[in-house]
Design a protein around this ligand. Structure first.
Ligand SMILES: [Fe+2]
Length: 209
């Protein structure tokens, strides 16, 4: 053996190569695995998007937004926050806010609003529900989750996360809703696993300033 297992593992630990299709190929433990995520592309942040009219500061620190009385299709979104050099960010601040299953934002209190931090490996996970669509000032909005992400002492990135066309929630046609929204950015689509027990697990990695 010209390559020791130790050498290969060491190479695999740092290898996260981008293929021509933009999929991340991560090597490790002797096998390659294709991740269905938005991979980190060096130099490029997650595309920013409008803040919209419903942001509120001073939210509670919490990663579980499913407070008593909140019902809908449950959703856990997990991912990693990276720098533009694809290094995971310890203690990145993430702010999330969204409407409920009826398309209503809580603009009085903090329902479906919160902020939380990544761990030392840049990982985060938060619990919420799939939001519904709404119309604001005559503009149709497909279901989305507003986010802000900030590396400590760096510029805040504001964006929105969207849902795949085949998402099943509230009897709505997500393909049709997505096609009607003037602000949708398909690059910011949460990768959803199969729906089970009225719950989706989703993944999305964030690349911040
Ligand atoms: Fe919104």
């Amino acid at each position: 053996m010209t390559h020791s297992r130790r050498t290969i593992l060491k190479a695999g630990a740092t290898a996260a190569a981008l293929t021509a299709t933009g999929m991340a190929l991560v090597e490790g433990a002797g096998q390659a695995k294709t991740l269905p995520l938005t991979p980190c592309t060096p130099g490029a942040t997650t595309p920013s998007n409008i803040e919209g009219p419903y942001f509120k500061p001073n939210t509670p620190e919490r990663s579980d937004l499913v407070t008593p009385g909140i019902t809908g299709v449950y959703l856990t979104v997990s991912g990693t926050v990276f720098t533009q050099n694809c290094a995971p960010v310890d203690r990145a601040l993430i702010e999330a806010w969204q409407c409920d299953s009826k398309g209503k934002y809580d603009n009085v209190s903090y329902t479906l609003r919160g902020h939380f931090y990544t761990d030392a490996n840049g990982k985060f996970s938060f619990k919420t529900i799939v939001p519904a669509d709404y119309v604001d000032q005559g503009q149709f909005r497909t279901p989305h989750i507003h986010i802000k992400v900030q590396r400590p002492n760096a510029q805040v990135l504001t964006s929105q996360l969207f849902f795949p066309d085949d998402t099943e929630a509230y009897g709505k046609n997500f393909a049709q809703m997505n096609s009607r929204d003037g602000f949708i950015d398909r690059r910011c689509t949460i990768a959803l696993g199969p729906k089970a027990d009225n719950h989706y697990d989703g993944t999305f990695d964030l690349v911040t300033y």
